[in-house]
Ligand binder design. Structure first.
Ligand SMILES: C[S@@+](CC[C@H](N)C(=O)[O-])C[C@H]1O[C@@H](n2cnc3c(N)ncnc32)[C@H](O)[C@@H]1O
Length: 228
C-alpha cells in the first residue's frame, strides 16, 4: 500500500491553498455566470470542493501520474483538477444538467488556459452494463432523483463515449452517493491490479472489504483502497 501521510494541519493548509487556486476562482466565475445555480458539486462555492480537492491533491501527489476516473463527476471540478495536475482525466455523470455544465466549465477552463489537457466526461451510469448495484430509494439516503436519472440514461454508454476501458484506470475517485459495497465490488472485479480508489464516505453503510482489496483510512471520512 502506498504511504500517504494525511494529518489535520497539513490537510487544512492544502484546503486553504486550494481555495486560493485559480481553479476555484474559475469555479466562482462559472458560478456567477450561471446566476448562482448551485448544481451538484464543483461549482467553486460549495464548501466541500476545496476540502475534497485538498485531499485529492495529497493523494495525487503521492502517486505516479496516470489515468484518473471520477465515478459521478458532478460538474467536473475533480476531473478538471486532475487534468490540471497532468493526469489523463475522465469523469462519468448521470445527471444531464451536471454533465452539460461540466462540459461548459471545461471549455471555459481551456479557453482561460487553466488547463492544457482536456478531461473527458461521459454521460450515463458509471456502473457498467450488467453490473449488479442498488439504489437507495427507501428514504434512508438517496441522491435526489437518482433512480429517474439512471432510468433516463439506461441506453447511454459513457465508457464508449469517452473511450475508456475501466481496467486502464490508475486512480478512481468516488464522493459517496452509491453503496460502498457496490463501489468496492466494481473496484475489486474490474480494476487492474495496483489501481487505487480514493473514497469519500458519506453514508453509514459499513461492508466487508473484498479479499483482493487493501483498505487504509487516510483521514476521517477519506479512505484509500488498493487492488492487490
Ligand atoms: C456527491 S456528487 C460528487 C461530484 C464530484 N465527484 C465531486 O466530488 O465534485 C455525486 C455525483 O454522482 C452522480 N452519480 C450518482 N450515481 C451515479 C451513477 N450510478 N452513475 C453516474 N453518476 C452518478 C450524481 O448525479 C452526482 O452528480
Amino acid at each position: 500500500m502506498v504511504a500517504i501521510k494525511f494529518d489535520g494541519p497539513r490537510h487544512k493548509q492544502l484546503t486553504e491553498s486550494c481555495k486560493k487556486s485559480p481553479l476555484i476562482q474559475w469555479g466562482r466565475l462559472v458560478y456567477s455566470e450561471h446566476n448562482g445555480f448551485p448544481i451538484g458539486f464543483g461549482v467553486g462555492m460549495h464548501g466541500t470542493v476545496p476540502y475534497v480537492l485538498g485531499a485529492l491533491r495529497t493523494v495525487m501527489m503521492a502517486l505516479p501520474k496516470g489515468t484518473f476516473l471520477d465515478l459521478g463527476s458532478g460538474s467536473g471540478e475533480a476531473a478538471t483538477y486532475a487534468a490540471k495536475s497532468k493526469w489523463d482525466a475522465y469523469g462519468i455523470e448521470v445527471s444531464r444538467k451536471a454533465y452539460e455544465l461540466s462540459k461548459e466549465k471545461i471549455d471555459i477552463a481551456r479557453d482561460k488556459r487553466f488547463i492544457k489537457k482536456i478531461p473527458k466526461i461521459g454521460y450515463g451510469n458509471f456502473f457498467p452494463k450488467g453490473f449488479d448495484f442498488r439504489v437507495d430509494s427507501s428514504g434512508g439516503y438517496a441522491w435526489d432523483g437518482l433512480e429517474e436519472m439512471l432510468l433516463e440514461a439506461k441506453d447511454a454508454d459513457p465508457y464508449q463515449e469517452i473511450g475508456l476501458d475501466i481496467s486502464h484506470v490508475d486512480l478512481f475517485y468516488h464522493f459517496q452517493v452509491a453503496f460502498k459495497k457496490d463501489i468496492l465490488n466494481l473496484f475489486s472485479e474490474q480494476a487492474k491490479s495496483g489501481a487505487m480508489l480514493f473514497f469519500v464516505a458519506s453514508l453509514e453503510d459499513e461492508c466487508s472489504i473484498p479479499e483482493n482489496v487493501d483498505e487504509m483510512q487516510v483521514y476521517k471520512d477519506f479512505y484509500l483502497y488498493e487492488k492487490k
